[in-house]
Design a protein around this ligand. Structure first.
Ligand SMILES: [Fe+2]
Length: 512
């Protein structure tokens, strides 16, 4: 039997047993009825010689397996110097598999440093949209960086207008700090409805990612430049801690099953260079990315390894419960050591902590009592101070913390110990608001004006929607807060709400 007859027989067989599990079949020239590239393209985790290119075959994204018929399917990829693809510099073939949701993760190598490229995918006659990707500067280079920062995009609560604006900011890189999806079910008065109830299975997490990925603004922002992505709680379950769920309805074993489904779906839908785990319930996503010698990004995971929140998840008067126990950690001891050792070893000009939740405390109770957000680093004061001690000793005033989670903008000077205001400022924390979570938002949280005096490290705060753009050079770090006035109806304009600057090696943050 020659090869062509064998393949013809295979394709006949593919039709006969389309519904059967079929790990060994491969379709090299699929005939598409519907466009398989409905979820767009993305790139991420760039290096000086490459990046990860992502797509997922999903011709009917709301169906099981995205409407794919069962066999493995070939996807060709191309990287070119130009948008017309007349000068192709790398190409190859990837086999998309049903057990990984037909996701495609191409780890391209062999590109030139500090260069923009264009990429696209083909499968049969179908061609994907074109994405832009760039490599990082070479080792030793202090090339400036323009960085976008986004987080918290609850699809139900608002339109992704801010991402549309972010896509036009000419960023080199975007970091997304989590709450990329939300796990809960449709609510009344939602701007846009989720299709299912609270999600727990792999099939449903895939469907939820597909719903978000269909958004044209999200696709546009991914096409613009490579992303560095981490997760927060809503990629699994609100405020979960390690294997403890939000409502304690699930046992630790059930939470691990849910985590496995959620972590796998996250991996399938993000342009990340994260090795597949032996068990999806334990997916180690912490990693570093260097922007030449200018900046080292530490992408952290404050959810998977943390001790459970003490005395509840919300704002609590401290001390309470186990709050003051030195054994508690938000990163987990292993990740804490990895970060502390790494900060000492890194010669990068700036150390950037890309992570989920506020490192700086905010006492929102005016007067002598302190009320703190127990889901943030403020709920784990000893673990936080171990990290800040290392920052003080190893990378003082060349460390910037980037934070999401709280759906509001905050500028905090980070002290080497928050219980003693005389401890020196050693870092800057820029907390970015949400893309859509919380709907239109408000100018300020109600308790802020009265409590501001109790928080001298806090320089500024608003609670509208938007994102940050950071312009980084060897001499300074400038964060521009960009805001949209509404997300519950289309076409909001974007404005600059505030600009903040850190001089390399000098404590403090100045406005302007
Ligand atoms: Fe959020």
């Amino acid at each position: 039997m020659d090869r062509r007859h064998f393949l013809t027989d295979l394709s006949r067989l593919a039709i006969l047993c389309a519904a059967a599990p079929s790990d060994w079949r491969l379709i090299t020239r699929p005939r598409w009825v519907d466009d398989p590239f409905t979820l767009g393209v993305a790139s991420g985790d760039p290096t000086a010689t490459g990046a990860v290119l992502w797509t997922r075959l999903a011709p009917r994204p709301y169906e099981v397996d995205g409407g794919m018929p069962g066999p493995r399917t070939a996807v060709d990829w191309e990287v070119a110097d130009d948008e017309a693809f007349t000068s192709i510099v790398r190409r190859g073939r990837y086999i998309a598999a049903p057990e990984l949701g037909y996701s495609v993760h191409v780890d391209v190598e062999g590109l030139a440093a500090d260069r923009w490229y264009f990429y696209r995918f083909r499968s049969g006659e179908a061609v994907s949209p074109v994405g832009r990707v760039r490599t990082t500067p070479p080792d030793g280079a202090q090339t400036p960086l323009r960085l976008g920062v986004a987080s918290c995009q609850n699809y139900e609560q608002g339109l992704f207008t801010a991402l549309d604006h972010l896509a036009r900011e000419r960023c080199d890189l975007v970091t997304h700090l989590g709450d990329y999806i939300y796990e809960y079910g449709a609510r009344e008065n939602a701007v846009r409805q989720h299709r299912t109830v609270e999600i727990r299975t792999l099939e449903h997490y895939r469907e939820r990612y597909a719903q978000y990925k269909l958004d044209p603004a999200l696709q546009a922002a991914h096409r613009m430049c490579p992303w560095l992505v981490t997760w927060d709680d809503h990629e699994v379950d609100n405020n979960y801690a390690n294997d403890v769920g939000e409502n304690l309805m699930e046992s630790a074993d059930q939470m691990r099953i849910r985590r496995a489904a959620a972590y796998q779906a996250w991996w399938e839908h993000q342009p990340v260079r994260v090795p597949r785990a032996r068990s999806w319930a334990d997916l180690d996503i912490r990693r570093t990315t260097n922007w030449g010698a200018l900046a080292r990004f530490w992408m952290l995971d404050t959810r998977q390894y943390r001790d459970d929140q003490t005395c509840g998840d919300g704002s609590k008067v401290v001390p309470c419960g186990d709050w003051d126990n030195p054994a508690r950690s938000i990163l987990g001891m292993q990740q804490e050591e990895w970060l502390i050792d790494g900060l000492g070893a890194s010669a990068s000009r700036w150390q950037v902590l890309g992570q989920q939740i506020p490192v700086s405390p905010y006492d929102d109770l005016a007067g002598p009592e302190r009320r703190l957000y127990m889901d943030g680093w403020a709920g784990y004061p000893h673990g936080r101070d171990r990290v800040l001690k290392a920052v003080a000793e190893r990378s003082a005033n060349r460390t910037v913390v980037l934070t999401g989670d709280v759906h509001s903008n905050w500028v905090h000077e980070v002290h080497a110990g928050f219980d003693r205001p005389d401890r020196p400022v050693v870092a800057a924390e820029f907390v970015g608001t949400s893309i859509a979570s919380g709907g239109d938002g408000e100018d300020q949280w109600r308790q802020v004006p009265e409590s501001m005096r109790d928080n001298p490290h806090t320089k500024w705060h608003t609670a509208r929607r938007g994102y940050m753009v950071c312009d980084v050079t060897d001499a300074s770090w400038t964060t521009t807060y960009r805001e949209v006035p509404f997300v519950t109806r289309p076409d909001a304009p974007v404005t600059t709400a505030s600009v903040w600057r850190v001089e390399h090696g000098r404590p403090g943050i100045t406005k302007g």
